[in-house]
Design a binder for this molecule. Structure first.
Ligand code: NAD
Length: 316
């Protein structure tokens, strides 16, 4: 049986599939040639990440396909319901990258409280001539320990983020309309663990009391954080969006940063991906990454091996 991993797959994933007798093709086939390629090579499994799409037309045209797999979470690039109606299995790996996204949130937070996002912009330009004045501008850092992290959306990534916060000595509060209460087990390197219980509080309460807010909700029609929400945050607080572009109103966010309401923001996802607004990119109070939340070697390995084991279970 043949697997086409059109947007790539980790070495571990390839090894697991090959060990189970699958032939794995990692050629990147252009979208417009994909139907022909799948039919010519009689591909059984099409694996994609976010780049390749698997729409109705492809599903209808490719009779050899049995599984469509998405390495990662969101399946907006696949006509999932239609594929399932036609008898195909559609699989994904929703949990594989939660830890990676959570760590990126903390990379941004630890960077933000010590102005690393700005310092890294200015040191190459002025570090040699204005060391002293840069040192002064970045002198008033703060620590995360003892502060409160407000998590909006307490699913897989929200909970992983909470665990890191607890480990860092932060208090955690959360809002999630669908998860009223939650138990989190914080596991340590030596096998010991400590359990924590939380109850969801209102979004208003999270915004009012958190020193740092991080949003981990799925994409939705309305902004989850707009002007009203930003206004209700603590003065000098900060906010992170490593969920989806459009969850935070970026125009209102820039206003809140420029007006001094917020101390910094961190964005991994943007309203206008892949061409984020220049005003956002150029703002010195924004810590920026180009949607790399899930992009760690460990997550890619987990994605590959999770996909492989699901494929093996279905087809073998
Ligand atoms: N930056 C990245 O590279 C990256 C990688 C993976 C996932 N993501 C994104 O992270 C987000 C969270 O992923 P997850 O795996 O934790 O999803 P999840 O489904 O496990 O959790 C999402 C949670 O949000 C809650 N929720 C929904 N609407 C809400 C609202 N209006 N207010 C508060 N809570 C709300 C849900 O009840 C759910 O518990 C998704 O948008 C996903 O696309 C980003």
């Amino acid at each position: 049986m043949k697997v086409l991993a059109n947007d790539g797959i980790s070495k571990k994933g390839v090894e697991a599939l090959e060990a189970a007798g699958f032939e794995v093709l990692t050629t990147k086939v252009a979208q417009e040639q994909l139907i022909d390629y799948i039919n010519k090579h009689e591909i059984d499994v099409l694996l994609v990440r976010s780049a390749t799409t698997a729409r109705k037309e492809l599903i209808d045209a490719c009779k050899s396909l049995k599984i469509i797999g998405r390495g990662g979470v969101g399946m907006d690039n696949i006509d999932v319901a239609y594929a399932r109606e036609k008898g195909l299995k559609v699989i994904n790996t929703p949990a594989a990258s939660s830890q990676s996204v959570a760590e990126l949130v903390f990379a941004h937070l630890y960077g933000g409280v010590r102005f690393l996002h700005d310092s890294n912009r200015n040191m190459p330009l002025e570090g040699e001539t204005k060391f002293g004045s840069l040192k002064k501008s970045y002198a008033k850092g703060v620590e995360l320990r003892g502060k409160t992290l407000g998590v909006i959306g307490f699913g897989r990534i929200g909970q992983e983020t909470a665990k890191i916060a607890l480990g860092a000595g932060m208090e955690v509060i959360y809002h999630d309309p669908f998860i009223e209460s939650s138990n989190i087990s914080l596991e340590f390197f030596d096998g010991r663990s400590i359990d924590f219980s939380f109850d969801s509080v209102s979004k208003e309460e999270v915004l009012k009391n958190a020193d740092f807010v991080t949003v981990h909700v799925p994409a939705q029609k309305e902004y989850v954080i707009g002007k009203k929400e930003l206004d209700s945050m603590k003065d000098g607080a900060a906010i992170v969006n490593a969920a989806r572009g459009g969850v935070i109103d970026e125009v209102a966010l820039i206003e809140a940063l420029d007006g001094g309401k917020l101390s910094f923001a961190a964005l991994d996802t943007f309203e206008n991906e892949p061409t984020p607004a220049i005003k956002v990119l150029m703002n010195g109070k924004v810590s920026l990454t180009p949607h790399i939340g899930a992009a760690t070697n460990e997550a890619q390995d987990r994605i590959g091996t999770e996909l492989a084991s699901q494929i093996i279970e279905i087809l073998k």
